[in-house]
Design a protein around this ligand. Structure first.
Ligand SMILES: Cc1ncc(C[n+]2csc(CCOP(=O)(O)OP(=O)(O)O)c2C)c(N)n1
Ligand SMILES: CC(=O)[C@@H](O)[C@H](O)COP(=O)(O)O
Ligand SMILES: [Mg+2]
Length: 616
């Protein structure tokens, strides 16, 4: 019988010897591999934190002690060891375990995460709350080197650096974001990792200086000052020390004994401490060690070959962006491409290879990406900024203040719009139409399929100035096959009929087109295309001549297309209007088709609604 079979909770981990913990680590790796090969999920990061998680559970006491996983995609080992092993085969499935920490799922999950770089702010908030309530527990933020490229992390560090209580930040440095980590901080960490001698010397100097005796109160102040200056004169100290943290590291993050030793020794420090651990992303699975970016977030895969098992052969919207932007850039030297740490996910890797001078991966820094693009546009360039809908939420103010206010030529490629599936509530792109359509000067387009997406990219590159956003979903969708020329604000009327008018956008257009064609319905179908500027005249004309209207959109019911059409219709004779959209709730994880059917947005439910409307 294996050790993992008997281990379910942190108490079970605490009982094990160090050598048993190593055995357990290997069993956990097998367990992760076997399960994630079936469910899909964030494999590489989890393989990298097995020993780190075991050491944390050996030394600390969750749920009393609060562990905050930054992003949270690396929390699987923690889930397995905090009572969720039996349900692990349901990971990321509808009604199953979430792929991220969820306080409603377990008392061991101290705070919900999914977006990057929040952990230090959260941990500091917990620490201050603890002090205010006179309670006693440890607070630990675990943040990756990629997450440390996000500005919010520095806001947290800056604030925490002047805090006087107990706070532990663990920097899990695997030299990788999803892709290779980028920027000055990544370079700095690499120096720290690869020059341990320098840091050993620094440690020796620290002890030497600490050895200078201190006598008398005033003298003590003076000597401390001198000590500090001496230390920083000879050895500039780590970035984190300069920010007010006690720094320990770099430490081998796969050495359980050493990790436990260090955690025990810093546990009672009444000040902020940062422990820098070095781990290997994908550890223990050859394919993931060699290609950690391919195994960051994986669909189900074959363990032997490492091949992803995905039946989708059509080109995704992201791939279309990559290809089309390369073509557009050839024709227009002013075109640039910007990503916030997602060159693969957004499809821009190809552009990066073809135009390295015109490609910018700015790290997990969506706010910066947008402001940076604004300035490039001001200087005559045409930046295309590709960011997932959910992460672009971070840059709401920058879109308004640094781009739209000055009517700058920035094109926002808003990927993963609408429901994304298995990543769930933190990742669905349910709000972009709501938060973008209220911004003056912005043109907002939604393609019905990938061919139309190409046409919109062409339109954005050559025919339209000012800020433009194009929102499109994860993956691919069925091609409709008919394409009117793209003209500013003009919808595409795909069918004209008498019994019902349907307004829709995005991937629902092809679904609706199929329903109408298959059932030979006498119905008008409008592919709205431009949410902004919305064509009020055409909408009014269509509303006037139909008794019944259906609006279908993959955006929140609040602030989406439906509300806009309803307010236009209100100025006319009001027809009977049915609006199908994402409800005003956070939508859980599951496959997109399961979620659509739960929300009545799948083909079957839409067919039923259309028939009922026609017959009513
Ligand atoms: C605001 C935000 N932008 C982008 C992402 C997508 N994302 C998830 S994990 C990740 C890389 C994180 O790297 P790191 O923190 O080093 O963790 P690792 O996977 O290397 O363990 C990125 C870019 C995100 N979750 N949140
Ligand atoms: C954890 C995280 O935020 C990313 O890894 C995200 O899961 C990627 O999503 P895609 O798989 O849609 O690129
Ligand atoms: Mg990393």
């Amino acid at each position: 019988m294996g050790i993992l079979e008997k281990v379910n909770y942190p108490e079970d981990v605490k009982r094990l010897s160090i050598s048993e913990l190593y055995e357990l680590a290997e069993e956990i790796r097998e367990f992760l591999l076997y399960n994630i090969a079936n469910t899909g999920g964030h494999l590489a990061a989890n393989l990298g934190v097995v020993e780190l998680t075991l050491a944390l559970l050996k030394v600390f006491d969750p749920p009393k002690d609060k562990i905050v996983w930054d992003v949270g995609h690396q929390c699987y080992v923690y889930k397995i060891l905090t009572g969720r092993k039996q349900k692990f085969n349901t990971l990321r499935k509808f009604s199953g375990l979430s792929g991220f920490p969820k306080s409603k799922e377990s008392i061991y999950d101290s705070f919900d995460t999914g977006h990057s770089s929040t952990s230090i702010s959260v941990a500091l908030g917990f620490a201050v709350a603890r002090d205010l309530k006179n309670e006693d527990y440890d607070v630990i933020a675990v943040i990756g080197d990629g997450a440390l490229t996000g500005g919010l992390a520095y806001e947290g560090l800056n604030n925490a650096g002047r805090y006087n209580g107990k706070l532990l930040v663990i920097l899990n440095d695997n030299d990788m974001s999803i892709s290779k980590n980028v920027g000055a901080i990544a370079k700095y960490l690499s120096k720290v990792r690869t020059k341990p001698r320098y840091f050993k010397l620094k440690k020796a100097a620290d002890s030497l200086v600490e050895g200078i005796p201190v006598v008398g109160k005033n003298l003590s102040k003076f000597v401390r000052k001198v000590k500090g200056s001496l230390k920083y004169f000879f050895f500039p100290g780590t970035l984190f020390e300069a920010l007010g943290f006690e720094y320990y590291g770099p430490i081998d993050g796969h050495d359980i004994e050493r990790l436990c030793e260090v955690f025990k020794s810093v546990k009672d420090f009444e000040r902020p401490v940062l422990v820098h651990v070095v781990t290997q992303k994908g550890k223990g699975y050859e394919h993931a060690e060699r290609f950690p970016e391919k195994f960051h977030g994986v669909p189900p895969f074959d363990i032997e070959t490492g091949n992803h098992l995905s039946d989708n052969t059509s080109k995704t919207f992201s791939e279309v962006l990559g290809d089309k932007l390369c073509e557009l850039a050839k024709r227009n030297p002013k075109i640039l491409a910007i990503t916030a740490a997602m060159p693969d996910g957004t499809g821009l890797s190809k552009f990066a290879k073809m135009y390295p001078q015109r490609f910018f991966d700015v790290g997990i820094a969506e706010e910066h990406a947008v402001t940076f693009a604004g300035a490039l546009a001001k200087e005559g360039f045409k930046p295309f900024v590709a960011i997932y809908s959910t992460f672009l939420q971070r840059a709401f103010d920058q879109i308004i203040h640094d781009v739209c206010l000055q009517n700058l030529n920035v094109v926002f490629c808003v990927d993963r719009a609408g429901l994304v599936g298995e990543d769930g509530e933190t990742h669905h792109g349910s709000f972009d139409i709501s938060y973008l359509s209220l911004i003056p000067n912005l043109t907002l387009m939604v393609p019905k399929d990938t061919k139309e997406f190409e046409m919109m990219l062409e339109f954005a590159a050559f025919y339209q100035d000012g800020p433009i956003a194009i929102r499109y979903p994860r993956g691919s969708c069925k091609q409709v096959g008919f394409y009117d020329e793209i003209k500013l604000s003009e919808p595409e009327i795909l069918k004209e009929g008498k019994n019902l008018a349907i307004f829709s956008i995005g991937r629902h257009v092809s679904m609706l087109y199929d329903i109408i064609s298959k059932n030979k319905l006498d119905v008008t179908l409008v592919n709205v295309r431009f949410i902004k500027p919305l064509n009020t005249e055409i909408i009014k004309r269509i509303v006037r001549i139909h008794e019944k209207v259906l609006i279908v959109e993959d955006n929140s019911v609040i602030g989406g297309l439906g509300e806009k059409i309803k307010s236009i219709a209100a100025e006319e004779r009001l027809p009977k209007i049915k609006h199908i959209a994402i409800p005003d709730k956070f939508i859980p994880h599951g496959s997109i088709s399961q979620l659509y059917s739960m929300l009545g947005m799948d083909k079957g439910s839409l067919t039923k609604v259309i028939m009922e409307l026609i017959e009513s």
